[in-house]
Ligand binder design. Structure first.
Ligand code: SF4
Ligand code: F3S
Ligand code: FES
Length: 235
């Protein structure tokens, strides 16, 4: 099959504003991925196209972008998942500053992540090998541990669109992961970070985050558990 890719291009050194550029690739297999298209466009048609990718297999989260209006990982979207009768629109993640083409500045995203102290807080000396936990306890945080910090959820959230200081759903999933880790002795430290002026109470249960998470994490459920925990801990 043939496909047309309409890609948002922006080079701050030469462009006054972002603009779309079209590329056509021919005789493609249905299992060809959007990431394959970007690599072929860069390798064969236009070496100036800029995007991030590291693992190529849904693990690193670096190739998060908007594909036909939905935040996705380019390495996880096959041609057979999109309508090839129309141009496939590829844009950077929305509401984040563009560095170049499909590469956005994630520094604010990671600063918010660091605010919630994303590590197990413990008062015990480090063990020789690992801090073990029971399978039952591990199950409590299994789903949230799948988060790859791709940013798809946070960039899809209208609460962020209306206020750039909003911590965002990715930070809340990570907070859940440490608050409910039975090896952590100070859940109140992670909770205090999300119970802030730009924190969890600005989530209005809009569910965009659930729809776009490439790891199928029920983000809104995790946010609701944190809200419940905050209420019960202060009663
Ligand atoms: Fe990405 Fe899902 Fe983690 Fe959000 S919760 S950062 S969408 S993996
Ligand atoms: Fe935003 Fe998800 Fe809440 S889209 S408002 S974080 S449910
Ligand atoms: Fe790593 Fe897609 S390239 S998640």
């Amino acid at each position: 099959m043939n496909a047309t890719f309409k890609i948002l291009r922006y080079d701050p050194d030469i462009d006054t504003r972002p603009h779309f550029k079209e590329y056509v690739l021919e005789a493609l297999d249905p299992t060809y991925r959007i990431l394959d298209a970007l690599l072929d466009i860069k390798g064969k048609l236009d070496g100036t196209l800029t995007f991030w990718r590291v693992c190529g297999h849904g693990v690193c989260g670096s190739d998060a972008m908007q594909i036909n209006g939905m935040n996705r990982l380019a390495c996880q979207v096959l041609l057979q998942h999109v309508d090839t009768e129309k141009p496939i629109i590829i844009e950077p993640l929305p509401y984040l500053p563009i560095i170049k083409d499909l590469v956005v500045d994630m520094s604010a995203f990671f600063e918010k992540y660091e605010m919630l102290k994303p590590y197990v807080i413990t008062d015990e000396a480090p063990p020789a090998l690992e801090r073990l936990q029971s399978p039952c306890d591990a199950e409590l945080i299994m789903e949230s541990s799948k988060c790859i910090l791709c940013g798809c959820c946070t960039a899809s959230c209208p609460s962020l669109w209306s206020n750039e200081n909003y911590l965002g759903p990715a930070a809340f999933v990570q907070a859940y992961r440490f608050v409910f880790d039975t090896r952590d002795v100070a859940p109140e430290v992670h909770l205090a970070a999300v119970d802030s002026a730009y924190g969890i109470w600005r989530c209005h249960t809009i569910f965009n985050c659930v729809e776009c998470c490439p790891k199928d994490i029920n983000v809104t459920w995790h946010i609701s558990q944190l809200k419940k925990r905050l209420v019960t801990d202060t009663m």
